[in-house]
Ligand binder design. Sequence first.
Ligand code: ADP
Ligand code: ZN
Ligand code: MG
Length: 655
Amino acid sequence: MNNAPDHPNGNVPPQSPMRPNGPGQQGPGSPMPFNGTLILWLIMGVILVGWLVFAVWQPSLGSSGENISYSYMLAQAKAGNVASVKFNDTQITGTFKQPTQSDLDPKQKQTNFTTYVPNVGNENPVPTLTSEGVKVQGAPPSNGGTGGFLGSLLIQLLPVLLIIGAFWFLMRRGSGAQQGLFSFGQSKARLYTGGKTRTTFADVAGAEEAKVDLEEIVDYLRAPDRYQRLGGKIPHGVLLVGPPGTGKTLLAKAVAGEADVPFFSMSGSEFVEMLVGVGASRVRDLFDKAKKSAPCIIFIDELDAVGRQRGAGLGGGNDEREQTLNQILVEMDGFDSRQAIVVLAATNRPDVLDPALLRPGRFDRRVVVDRPDRPGREAILLVHTREIPLASDVKLDIIARNTPGMVGADLANLCNEAALLAARRNLSKVTMQCFEDALDRITIGAQRPLVMSPQERKITAIHESGHAIVALMTPGGDVVHKVTIVPRGQALGVTQFMPAEDRHNYSKNYLLARIAYGLGGRVAEEVALGDITTGAENDFQNVTNIAREMVTRWGMSSKVGTVFYGSEREVFLGREMSLGQQRDYSESTAAMIDEEVKKIIEERYQYVRNILTANRPLLDKMAEVLLERETIDSNDIKAIMREMGIEQPAGVAVG
Ligand code: ADP
Ligand code: ZN
Ligand code: MG
């Protein structure tokens, strides 16, 4: 870790806190608002509303009174109780002589009625009605109710049909997510073929070993015949294993690009989404398509999403996922050995994969894609600055040195952020400053416009100077790179360290130094201000973590001894066990661990107190310079120390 953010809840914010001016992404499948779709929806809306109004109003149009049945109307007419009727197509409205009781409300009497000519039986009611002395206006439709009824039914249903049609049309038009829902078993595999924009190994840097491993696959895909003539068996399944963002997907594309074969790509999570039974048929479809265009590559990204161990897990299995997985196994077994198809898969959790996937004949070849080392990072930066105009002061090796732990995706993001910053500053080239600021933004968060009170600024300056001075005076730790009291993200101030090299392995001495300068902030407040603040919470968290790991995992406490007390149970979480972490040791051991952790920190606290008390003038001076300039780097610190005639202890390097 090369940064030590401070102060209230100063957690390092996640990568890439903001992407300024990022253009809103419009996926290929998102409907374009004015390309007919909206208009179609509008028309549908109007039709729907119109139809509703029509449907609600129609019975009351020109009609009054209650709906009664046709036979009831005839019966009333025969009883001499109907005064008049009026035919309006199939509708009949009329009046009773005597008000009859309403069906709806027995207390109400009804003189008007409405009824309809039935669509069965062609009996003409007019003679009956006139013979009963009913005044008749108009005439019923000659073919009885049938035609009219069907006609009006059609009219009433028309909008519904229209809407159904429009829906169907929309769904066919829509692609992407909508299509996914309706094109059930079809694989959504994206197909990449050569062309100008194809990815090659030149686009992948810092993964030389992986490239060497994949070289053979490329060779085979280029000339499968040559291999087959010699009876060689080329692996059908290759598993790319590595942390996220290390370039696994990129490598798979590069293999296809180098071999110049089609590339069918699909993500494991896509198999699992949505409807039951879809995953397996998608797999079938994907492999069918691929077989038709062999030689080719099938790439299954995020294999662990489908390939988790089956039948494990307390929450019950996921049938859908298991069927999909089974189908993958079946398809891979079904390969003709002469078919030049290579299935590449990527995962960052090889430990949770179902063992059946890893058996010979399936994903039996493993290519590890690791985090890049320093030269690797420099090479990746080179790749991603190919198209960026760089100012002459940009030193990629320095950036590589300052970015330990970052993977290809982080570095690509860094270059992009730097270019965006340069654009915002109206520069014609991207300068080193842009890179530095982009790095700060990514690792610590963007500069925050926060008004700090003079008192707060002073405390922060003292606090950060404390971190820096303890680091300067403690052999074996990291080198101080930069100290700032410009608030960023959650932190009020930051002391940045620059590791001399990547570390894969920490010495006890180094860890004790880390604890020491972690405590430096709080102790400085105590020594110089006689009061302490809440700003050291995050420091304490880091320091305690280090001390606890020293005791429980790294055997660095003589009292606890060289025993591993860390919990390995976490691994099972990946297998869908909801066990959570459990302690594998007794209460008394736990108490002893706590005691040892406390002892380490207290001992370091005393050490830091001594350093800062002895260097009180330097502490005050550095805080003063910080208050004035807000940010100082290692050269400024060297100058201050020279000015005050202070020597660094032997074994401490100033960067
Ligand atoms: P993964 O699949 O391992 O999670 P990706 O292949 O998706 O990682 O990487 C994301 C992006 O990061 C790539 O598109 C590329 O721009 C960049 N990247 C990652 N690794 C490398 C690398 N080794 N060399 C160059 N660029 C890389
Ligand atoms: Zn601090
Ligand atoms: Mg990927």
